[in-house]
Design a protein around this ligand. Structure first.
Ligand SMILES: [Zn+2]
Length: 244
């Protein structure tokens, strides 16, 4: 049977049967790929640690006709992010990134941008990057790459600069205090500078974030309001993060 291969990031795994795993991969060029790794839970199996969440791998697989799941014949580890996940808060954050990618990537919306985003944020965290800032960075680019980030700099109705503003009920823009139909989700004034920085810079490594923690938290609240609206529910992993 012909074997295919792809560079991919492992998003998550779940158990099936006594010895097997279902693995969800995010491929650099092919988007989401779901497969069965037979015998992956046997001691000393051939997959080793290559199926740990967020591992970067080269996966070898073959497809059977009319099956949603491919069969994984092998998996070589390229880069591991296992160590940063020993910190529970980082592990939860990474499962949140994985959930967002799995939820939105089936639309095949510029997957390579998302792939490079996830990989670069992972590397930034590994270098010692600050967690909240890395999270805000990911959320902003994630929305942008999916075409879901509206202009948050000026009022959608009157065009005046927002300082601060409020998200519109359809999440297609923000409004100044005079025009806002609803004052529920605030768009902080600092988000304009934040988004400008994010668009110009790679994910931060070990250097200190260029924004105060309160500004980052306020930006994240606005970005998450957009994500929850488009996902039509709160991400499960975000709920875990909040209740921690
Ligand atoms: Zn206005």
């Amino acid at each position: 049977m012909p074997t295919d291969q792809a560079e991919a990031i492992v998003l998550r795994t779940s158990n099936i049967g006594d010895q097997d795993k279902i693995v969800v991969f995010f491929c650099r060029e092919k988007g989401i790929l779901r497969g069965v790794a037979k015998g992956a839970r046997k001691f000393g199996n051939r997959f080793g640690s290559s199926l740990e969440p967020l591992s970067v791998v080269r996966v070898f697989y073959y497809e059977k006709e009319r099956r949603d799941l491919v069969t994984i014949s092998g998996c070589d580890l390229i880069e591991s992010f296992f160590e940063i996940q020993t910190e529970p808060a980082t592990a939860f954050l990474l499962s949140y990134f994985a959930e967002l990618i799995e939820e939105f990537a089936p639309t095949r919306a510029r997957e390579e941008v998302l792939y490079r985003l996830l990989l670069s944020v992972l590397r930034g965290l590994k270098e010692g990057g600050e967690r909240e800032f890395a999270a805000a960075y990911f959320e902003a680019w994630f929305l942008q790459a999916n075409g879901l980030l509206p202009d948050l700099a000026v009022c959608r109705k009157c065009g005046q600069p927002l300082a601060p503003g409020w998200l519109g009920p359809k999440r297609d823009g923000a409004y100044c205090p005079d025009c806002a139909p609803l004052k529920k989700d605030e768009v902080p004034a600092a988000i304009r500078e934040f988004l400008r920085w994010v668009r110009k810079n790679p994910p931060p490594g070990a250097c200190a974030p260029p924004f105060a923690s309160g500004e980052i938290a306020a930006a994240r609240r606005a970005l998450q309001a957009l994500i929850v609206y488009h996902m039509e529910r709160e991400p499960r992993s975000l709920h875990c993060l909040k209740t921690k």
